[in-house]
Design a protein. Structure first.
Lengths: 313, 611
């Protein structure tokens, strides 16, 4: 198991390195002169050169890269070209809203998805067909459209929940909950459908396996057969779906944050990218990949817990 | 939206094997109404997109201050105008152009990348496979919109570039599908034959492998189209799309800005977007279902709920010499048992046709017959463990004087494990791979006997020693995959007798084992039976096993009992022609293998298929 974790960890580190390197060169080798983009078209050539020196962009690109990498390894991601704020600080401000939404939506989707999937697998019949139709429908609706409709109904028409903004949990847990409820639902719906379908499929497969019949032949209560034994075997593929959903949720949250005007990492990424604040964009890409690697590692650990073959050998 | 694509990949892979080609598939597809309607809808959308200039005379991007938020249903603006005075209808029809071309770009890019790499990785395997799998994993772990933001940050607003990049990001879904299909086909005999006959790899791929992956690729393309349309809307909604193109996403952006004063602006782009993406999905699913239904699997098309009719009005029982009148103290009485399964075409197939049997306490009954003769189905009927779609009826089905037919499922469940034990055929697939062997033994004991975990563990260790496992402590702590097949079968036997059942049902308990282990396991069953005085129903196709263990034998054929006799009588003087035939073939195989143990005298070629 230890070797397995180390291998996955090493693979994750390689992934982080490759992606951040690719992003660095992609950002610096394409498009217009970044300094010109920062200062705008009216700045004089002298001003541009001065700024270039100030930002350290007069060095050869490869030197810049190693400087960035060197500081990044030590946890220093540089400063914003526009606000001079340290990138790390910006990230620590923008991550909480995004993570609240993403993790909240995944918990919601995993719980209800499992419940619905298991029920559909065991009952089959009308409920099962209903689930399949509903999930096809839900998967076809882009998350931001759900978000717009939710905002229209619950915030604009019914005025039950705030339409925009985010309140930190530490400021007011009640308002925090109100501010993330609609975004979480909008993010969760698609994942919920995918997870429910996956759980349903795996459960149907597992329930047909020999060992389930043998467990039944031992006269165990149905709840133990289904929840303790069958669900555990079905959880493996479903967990992989959850880790995919995490990536999808991070991606969708960029748009959902725009709908609800939430100052999260997606909004930050959109703003920084549009004005050419490269250190911030690079930092956001890096932190996103770190999150994905961490979640994949957690899922791997959970897989090991579920499947002893992974753990023991 | 990538979620649907990746999970879709696996579902499409499941049907690769049964892929029919050409006409038949299209016929099947035409029988899926939702898919056909969707396809028609997409075709109409295409027509609308092409005829856009005829439908609306407005330039979709032209803004007019005078028309800001013009109400709908006016001659000038049939669907109104948006927050900057653009005509909604014009945007809607020109948006269809953008959406459909987005779908085309994404499909083209991801197929162009995914198909060749998938073919190569699946066919060549080795390091090419390793590297491309890593890259595919890396691409899949990137949040698409974040990557698009990065790319567009430096290049500026561009819908087409964004779609090309998205096509690359989503290409792994095609790659994985093709790679999986190729790996599945690669080991097929006809590919081997082509290789032996000296065809080049390239020609094998084009001639033999490409045709197999075409159908799943079409399915995937439909799903890719939906994803492409969705992502284009997202990009435009974020304000990153080309500014000179109409887009449903841009319309939604405008609608969201005017959500307080003109919420009706949401309606048309939402409807268009949802219907189009859903149509793509339904077309893809339609193809997949057409493929899936093409295979013979009955339970995917239709699941009939278990209808266990109680035998209050039994059909006329076949007269048999041992027809029971009074169950009395007889351990197991079966009278006129029938089991049938629904066929996809609405008929039923009967697998057990009026079987009658009885087992006395302490007696071993052998149930012998070829594969598919219904002997396992008979055994599962007694246990109450037939698959959900099976229909079972019986005149009598009683255990130790209790009527099994009148029992609730809960009451039947209380009998299982506690009073009726079961030994399965295939040891490795009958242990839960996720739990230690120990807990699989102790859980039923704690449940039925109400003993503590500690007592159950002591009991389990004693049982493991009793069934001949040399190191009970180690096996107790092991997972099923860590022990051998023979060991696992001993564990299952221990589990079957752990709560001291009165009846033991053994379904071909030695078939899956090595010949050397078979004899030991039979000895074990015999000694356990003698020790505990259990009645046993031993399902087997092996006359050696019968001769070795049984008191009584029932010979089954095509779901009916042909002959029932005491074991010595049957071997000495088989009355039925069929029994004689079976015995002869059993003896034939003995002379070939020159086995010295009776169990070698089996119908070795037989395997139990109808479970």
């Amino acid at each position: 198991m230890l070797m397995f974790i180390l291998r996955r960890l090493a693979s994750g580190l390689v992934l982080m390195f490759v992606i951040s390197t690719a992003t660095f060169f992609l950002l610096n080798l394409t498009g217009q002169d970044p300094v010109r983009q920062v200062l705008g078209p009216v700045a004089s050539a002298e001003q541009v050169e001065a700024k270039r020196q100030q930002l350290g962009l007069d060095e050869p690109l490869i030197t810049q890269y190693f400087q960035w990498l060197g500081s990044a390894v030590r946890g220093d991601l540089g400063r914003s070209w526009f606000t001079n704020q340290p990138v790390g600080e910006l990230l620590s401000q923008t991550l909480p809203p995004t993570l609240s939404m993403v993790i909240g939506s995944l918990i919601l989707a995993a719980c209800f998805g499992t419940l619905i999937g298991v029920t559909a697998a065991l009952r089959r019949g009308r409920l099962d067909r209903g689930l399949q139709v509903a999930s096809t429908l839900v998967q076809a609706i882009p998350g931001f459209l759900v978000a717009l409709v939710l905002a229209l109904v619950f915030a604009v028409q019914l005025r039950l929940l705030p339409a925009t903004g985010f309140t930190a949990f530490s400021d007011s847990p009640g308002k925090w909950l109100a501010s993330i409820t609609l975004p979480v639902i909008a993010l969760a719906l698609g994942s919920l459908a995918s997870i429910a379908l996956q759980v349903r499929g795996s459960m149907i497969d597992v329930m047909q396996q020999d060992f389930v019949r043998t467990l039944r032949s031992r006269g165990l209560p149905e709840r133990s057969v289904v929840v303790k034994h069958a669900l555990r075997s079905a959880a493996g593929p479903s967990l992989t779906t959850v880790s995919l959903m995490f990536i999808v949720a991070i991606s969708s949250s960029v748009i959902i944050e725009k709908v609800f005007n939430i100052p999260g990492i997606g909004t930050q990424a959109n703003n920084s990218a549009s004005r050419g604040d490269l250190p911030v964009v690079l930092g956001i890409v890096l932190v996103t990949v770190v999150l994905v690697v961490v979640v994949n590692l957690l899922v791997d650990l959970a897989q090991g817990w579920i499947n002893p073959k992974v753990r023991v050998s | 939206m990538t979620d649907n694509l990746v999970t879709g990949t696996r579902k499409s892979l499941e049907v690769v094997g049964s892929a029919p080609q050409g006409d038949k598939l299209i016929k099947k597809f035409l029988r899926e109404p939702a898919a056909v309607i969707s396809l028609v809808f997409l075709a109409l959308l295409g027509v609308v997109a092409i005829l856009a200039p005829l439908i609306s005379s407005y330039d979709p991007t032209a803004t007019r201050l005078a028309d800001v938020l013009a109400p709908p249903f006016t001659p000038e603006h049939p669907l109104g105008a948006d927050g900057v005075g653009r005509d909604v209808l014009a945007n809607l029809v020109y948006g269809a152009q953008t959406s459909l071309s987005s779908a085309a770009i994404v499909i083209a890019v991801s197929l162009l990348i995914g198909v060749p790499t998938g073919l190569l990785a699946g066919y060549r395997q080795g390091w090419i496979d390793g590297v491309s799998m890593w890259i595919s994993g890396a691409l899949l772990s990137l949040p698409a919109i974040v990557v698009l933001l990065v790319v567009l940050a430096r290049v500026g607003r561009s819908t087409s570039l964004a779609l090309v990049v998205f096509g690359i990001l989503i290409a792994p879904s095609v790659f994985l599908l093709i790679r999986g299909s190729v790996r599945a086909v690669r080991e097929e005999l006809y590919v081997d034959a082509a290789r032996v006959s000296g065809l080049s790899d390239m020609r094998i791929m084009v001639r033999h492998i490409l045709p197999v992956v075409i159908t799943p690729t079409i399915i995937q393309a439909a799903l890719l189209a939906g994803a492409g349309i969705g992502i284009e809307a997202g990009i435009a909604f974020l304000g990153l799309g080309s500014s000179d193109k109409a887009s449903w996403g841009l319309m939604l952006n405008d609608a969201s800005q005017n959500i307080f004063n003109a919420p009706w602006l949401l309606l048309w782009p939402s409807v268009a977007l949802v219907l189009t993406v859903m149509a793509c999905t339904l077309v893809g699913n339609g193809f997949r279902d057409a493929l899936a239904n093409y295979g013979s699997s009955a339970d995917r098309t239709k699941t009939v709920k278990a209808a266990k009719r109680t035998g209050s009005t039994p059909e006329p029982a076949r007269p048999l010499e041992m027809a029971p009148v009074d169950p009395g103290d007889t351990l197991l009485v079966i009278n006129d048992l029938r089991v049938s399964y629904p066929r996809p075409n609405g008929e039923t197939s009967d697998v057990v046709k009026g079987v009658s049997l009885r087992v006395e306490r302490g007696q071993i009954l052998g149930l012998v017959g070829e594969s598919g003769s219904g002997k396992s189905q008979t055994a599962f009927s007694v246990l109450g463990l037939l698959p959900g779609q099976a229909e079972m009826t019986a005149g009598t089905l009683s255990f130790a004087g209790a009527d099994l037919l009148r029992m609730t499922p809960k009451e039947r469940n209380r009998l299982r494990g506690a009073r009726i034990g079961y030994i399965p055929q295939e040891p490795m697939s009958n242990l839960d791979p996720a739990f230690r062997i120990g807990s699989q033994l102790t859980e039923p004991m704690q449940h039925h006997l109400g003993i503590s975990a500690k007592a159950a563990k002591d009991e389990a260790l004693k049982l493991l020693a009793r069934v001949g496992i040399p190191d009970p402590e180690r096996v107790f702590k092991s997972y099923p995959h860590q022990v051998s097949g023979g060991m696992a079968q001993r564990v299952l036997i221990a589990g079957a007798v752990s709560c001291n059942p009165e009846l033991l049902i053994a379904d071909e308990p030695t078939t899956a084992l090595d010949v050397t282990v078979q004899a030991d396991v039979l000895d074990l069953i015999r000694s356990l039976q003698a020790e505990r005085g259990m009645g046993v129903v031993l399902v087997t196709h092996n006359f050696g096993v019968v001769a070795d263990l049984c008191d009584q034998v029932a010979v089954m054929r095509n779901g009916e009992i042909v002959e029932v006799a005491a074991v010595n009588d049957l071997f000495a003087n088989p009355r039925e022609e069929y029994t004689r035939l079976l015995l002869d073939s059993a003896l034939d195989s003995t002379s070939n293998t020159a086995g010295d143990h009776p169990i070698d005298r089996g119908l070795t070629a037989e395997t139990e298929g109808a479970r």
